[in-house]
Design a protein around this ligand. Structure first.
Ligand code: SAH
Length: 265
């Protein structure tokens, strides 16, 4: 095992799924690290790039080490680094987007363990690229708002996003962890003033061979089919392109009629 005077922790992004979308730096670190602590969403194809010396552990909270606490993850990183081992803490997408990066940095700093952040392609950008969509298409959008649907599902109104401040005609919403039930989100976005014909696209397993997407307008958002996790919801005028592409395949139907479309890339 590679030992340095003191190990370092690399808080690295694995990108959205396709191993080709790893950064060269993340790939190099996977080849050389002694310890890899990864989240559930990091695919087997990416872990297969690890060097033969690497001890690999799933510290994800869903199917990996069930019940592992954030503190235990911190301890594992710190202990390995103190043993002189280089650790890659591998998170899906970009480590700084809904990835508890700040908490892990605080813990490493408090323990005096050297660390480095290695960015990755976040799921929203991977999904947009795979659809051939520019989230800031200047003809229709000027801003991107990145939020989690997890907060949108909170029942107490004060914990829910203030959509009237976030949702605008010229904003593209990128909603991580959107869940499967969109009726209240539809109502809230309409109440916030978004147009009923605003396009919305849900993308499942973006950038992987299992990628699928379904498109709707805001008015029909609640009818989107249930898709496999992980999925991400994009809402905004730049997504019009996806609806139009579908309309072109269905020339007998008007675009307003194309409410729900499920298609693989
Ligand atoms: N740090 C990650 C996000 C972690 S939160 C990033 O930057 O992408 C986990 C959420 O990310 C999932 O619930 C889902 O909404 C989204 N996600 C991650 N990978 C995805 C993928 N391949 N396709 C669609 N959504 C994905």
């Amino acid at each position: 095992m590679k030992r340095t005077a003191k190990g370092k922790v690399y808080l690295a992004g694995a990108g959205p799924g396709d191993p080709d979308l790893l950064t060269v730096r993340a790939h190099r670190l996977l080849r050389s690290a002694s310890v890899i602590l990864h989240d559930d969403l990091v695919s087997a194809d990416i872990l297969a790039l690890a060097g033969p010396q690497a001890e690999i552990a799933n510290v994800g909270k869903r199917c990996g080490a069930k019940g592992i606490s954030q503190e235990e993850i911190h301890s594992r990183m710190i202990e390995s680094a103190r043993r002189g081992l280089d650790v890659v803490r591998l998170k899906s997408g970009d480590p700084g987007i809904f990835g508890r990066l700040a908490e892990e940095i605080d813990a490493l700093e408090a323990a005096g363990v050297p660390f480095e952040v290695v960015p990755g392609i976040t799921a929203g950008l991977g999904a947009a690229a795979s659809l051939g969509v520019s989230l800031t298409d200047r003809r229709t959008a000027s801003r991107i708002v990145v939020v989690t649907g997890y907060h949108a599902r909170k029942t107490r109104p004060q914990e829910r996003p203030d959509w009237s401040a976030l949702a605008r005609e010229d904003v593209t919403l990128v909603i991580y962890m959107p869940g499967h039930i969109f009726s209240s989100l539809r109502d809230e976005l309409l109440a916030a003033g978004l147009a009923a014909d605003m396009p919305a696209v849900i993308v499942s397993n973006a950038t992987t061979p299992r990628q699928q997407h379904a498109a709707a307008t805001l008015a029909t958002l609640d009818q989107l089919p249930r898709m496999e996790s992980p999925s991400i919801l994009l809402v905004g005028r730049p997504l019009e392109r996806v609806l139009r592409a579908v309309a072109a395949e269905n020339p007998s139907r008007a675009i307003e009629e194309i409410e729900i479309v499920l298609s693989s890339l």
